[in-house]
Design a binder for this molecule. Structure first.
Ligand code: ADP
Length: 703
């Protein structure tokens, strides 16, 4: 098929231009009259200029009223410039104000077309790039926001790193000063300020005192007294921070003349300082204030304020606990200093580890060690840890007595005044008197065991010497006494009717005094036996009444100086009081009591020895009561509690009355050995009654 194509080129060119997505137009360079434009370009005009109605009109006419005046002038100027100068114009993102205040962006090209060296036409190509520009701008905004977030998170990371550095400086600090120094060093690492000061507010004190500083120049205040009215603190930012619990930031005024506050602010007044931050350390109460000063105003002090505000409660808590810890250590040191001065040995063992947690100088000396060698050593490794081996010649059981006592105490068994033998490192032996106790928490858990002991080796040796002395003295004294008594009796027997009275009196006196001496020797021997727990009574099941009566009868007949009376109360003479008695010892008891009654009452006064049954209500056991009553000098109330003590003699009697003060002591021991008890009732100058109660097994009433 043959198609007519002579106008085809123009038609097709027109068709292409009409469907081009860019607007294209041709202007006359002389008057800027629109010569041709495609549909897209037309659509950019106001409605009244569309559909070819703009053709043949000048740019001024077409634009008039289309955009704002400044924009029109700007566009016309650009057109004119291209038309007059023949320069190419290209704006990639030319903004114009669109409808509804929205901005449109144009990729806009003006190309001069020359004819005979003159600019004849101006070819305009314009593309709406608003969508691309808006998309790019949104991307840019998102990017900016991201960068901002990134920056903020980097700052936060940095702050967290600072917080970590500062908080890790608190570890293992035991004293407030140490803590303050460590904290300031950490802040210095993080922020490198010009000056740092750490003030502490110790409870009960009326000032803030400087604990530590970190600077070449010393901080202006060593101490800052609290004002009587907290409102007066506003002039002193350190105090202001203390009271208000919020950080205070002070910047140096740029004016040459200083303001009033600045004058008061001693930190800000320092020549190099431009900015000072005061951070209170709060945890329930303000424990102190940190002062951080910078030499320039550009320092990141906001970061510092946030960092320190976050750390402040932990710093306050650490300060409180180091204060407590330091006070505890000081108190413990004071206590240990006192304990080290004591002559008694003290050992403390920790329950959890069985390690020696404290040993005083006296204890270490007694055990033959150095205190420093023993602290921290487990009980079972004391010898090995010091010698590295078993100590030759040391019996494990004797070596460990004191350690066993401590271990027993950790398990709840305590000892009181127990003799323990200790073999020391050098092999020498000592005897100690030790007591132990468990140290418990309020919940009753044993945390430590303490042992207190004293070296009684010398005392023991002395006792041994004394015992040896008594044994020897007993023998050495008794032998000549027996001989003297024997000969005195012999001489007495040889007396004749012619022998003068003096002779008889002398021989009798020798015998009597020898008996007295012998009795004393026996008593002394009994006392030393008692000390060594060797005084044993030999009881037999027998009647008490008959032998008792016989013993008293002996006195009734032999005593001429006093009137001795035997009384039975509520008992028949034929009644048998059966029980376990060592009759010799019972006689000794009676002898001591009657002898004392004779010694301590006037001549010819009456002495009553009485026996009755002793009835407890409700009677659980049968007992007999024996009493010896005199009308003598009596015993003062202050002496009464002591007269049964060894070697005790009352003050109210004539010192010429012989005696050692051991008779009643022995009497009491003998009564107690029989399971009985003894007491006295006495009124001075009126007389005394000694009561003895002895247990009975059976009472037989004979008909
Ligand atoms: P002494 O050998 O001194 O008599 P005792 O142990 O028998 O020792 O008595 C201790 C002290 O008790 C006496 O020294 C005396 O002061 C006082 N005492 C004992 N019995 C009597 C008594 N019957 N009347 C007054 N005082 C007495």
């Amino acid at each position: 098929m043959n198609v007519e194509r002579d106008t085809t080129v123009q038609t097709y060119a027109h068709l292409m231009l009409e469907h081009l997505s860019a607007g294209i137009a041709l202007f006359d360079a002389n008057d800027l009259c629109l010569l041709a434009s495609n549909a897209m370009y037309d659509s950019l005009h106001q409605v009244e200029w569309q559909q070819g109605r703009a053709l043949g009109h000048t740019l001024d006419e077409i634009l008039n009223g289309a955009a704002n005046h400044a924009e029109i002038l700007d566009i016309i100027a650009i057109f004119r410039n291209v038309a007059e100068t023949g320069t190419f114009f290209h704006a990639q993102e030319y903004p114009t104000s669109g409808s509804m205040r929205s901005t449109k962006y144009w990729d806009w090209m003006l190309e001069p077309i020359f004819e005979q060296g003159q600019v004849r036409y101006v070819l305009v190509t314009v593309t709406d790039v608003t969508a691309q520009v808006v998309a790019r701008m949104q991307t840019d905004q998102a990017h900016a926001a991201l960068t901002q977030v990134h920056h903020a998170s980097e700052l936060e990371l940095q702050r967290l790193a600072h917080v970590e550095t500062i908080l890790s400086s608190l570890q293992n600090m035991h004293r407030p000063k140490e803590l303050a120094q460590a904290v300031l060093a950490a802040i210095d690492t993080c922020f490198s300020p010009h000056l740092l000061a750490f003030y502490s507010a110790q409870p009960g004190q009326k000032n803030l005192s400087l604990l530590a500083s970190h600077t070449s120049a010393s901080p202006p205040h060593e101490e800052l007294a609290f004002p009587s009215n907290p409102l007066d603190s506003s002039e002193f930012p350190t105090l202001q921070a203390f009271y208000q619990s919020e950080p205070v930031i002070r910047l140096k005024s740029q004016d040459t003349g200083r303001n009033k506050n600045e004058e008061k602010d001693a930190f800000l007044a320092l020549p190099a300082i431009q900015c000072v931050i005061y951070v209170p350390l709060w945890k329930n109460r303000c424990e102190g204030v940190l002062v951080v000063a910078f030499a320039s105003r550009q320092e990141a002090y906001e970061l510092l304020v946030r960092t320190l505000s976050e750390c402040a409660p932990y710093l306050a808590e650490a300060l409180v606990s180091t204060r407590l810890h330091a006070a505890m250590i000081d108190e413990r040191r004071r206590l240990y200093t006192i304990l080290d001065q004591l002559p008694e040995g003290i050992v403390l063992v920790e329950s959890r580890t069985s390690k020696i947690s404290y040993i005083n100088t006296a204890a270490a000396h007694m055990l033959g060690f150095d205190a420093s060698q023993l602290i921290g050593v487990p009980l079972n490794q004391v010898e090995q840890s010091l010698t590295g081996a078993h100590i030759p010649g040391q019996q494990p059981e004797t070596a460990s007595h004191w350690k066993f006592a401590l271990i027993d105490t950790l398990w709840g068994k305590t000892i009181t005044n127990q003799e323990l033998s200790i073999t020391r490192l050098d092999g020498s032996k000592i005897v100690v008197l030790g007591s132990t106790a468990a140290i418990r928490t309020p919940q009753g858990m044993t945390t430590e065991a303490v042992m207190v002991f004293q070296d009684i080796t010398a005392l023991k040796q002395l006792e041994q010497q004394k015992s040896d002395f008594f044994a020897i003295a007993n023998h050495e004294l008794r032998t000549p006494l027996t001989v003297i008594t024997g000969f005195a009796e012999l001489l007495h027997m040889r007396a004749t009717s012619e022998t003068d009275g003096m002779y008889k009196y002398a021989t009798q006196s020798i015998t009597q005094e020898c008996d007295h001496l012998m009795q004393l020797i026996h008593e002394m021997l009994d006392v030393s036996r008692l000390e060594y727990d060797q005084l044993k009574i030999q009881s037999q099941y027998q009647d008490l009444l008959v032998p008792l009566r016989q013993a008293v009868d002996k006195y009734v007949h032999s005593t001429s100086t006093h009137r001795l009376r035997f009384t039975l109360e509520g008992i028949q003479p034929t009644t048998s009081l059966m029980g376990w008695f060592d009759m010799l010892r019972i006689e000794q008891v009676l002898h001591n009591l009657i002898n004392n009654a004779i010694k301590y009452s006037p001549l010819q006064s009456e002495i009553e020895v009485g026996v009755s049954l002793y009835c407890n209500i409700p009677a659980i056991r049968q007992e007999v009561l024996i009493w010896v009553k005199d009308q003598g000098i009596g015993i003062t109330a202050s002496d009464l509690p002591h007269i049964f003590e060894r070697f005790y003699r009352a003050d109210n009697m004539d010192r010429s009355i012989s005696g050692f003060g051991i008779g009643l002591y022995l009497t009491k021991e003998l009564v107690q050995e029989h399971g009985g008890r003894i007491w006295v009732e006495s009124t001075e100058q009126q007389g005394s009654t000694f009561f003895v109660v002895l247990p009975l097994k059976e009472i037989i009433h004979e008909v």
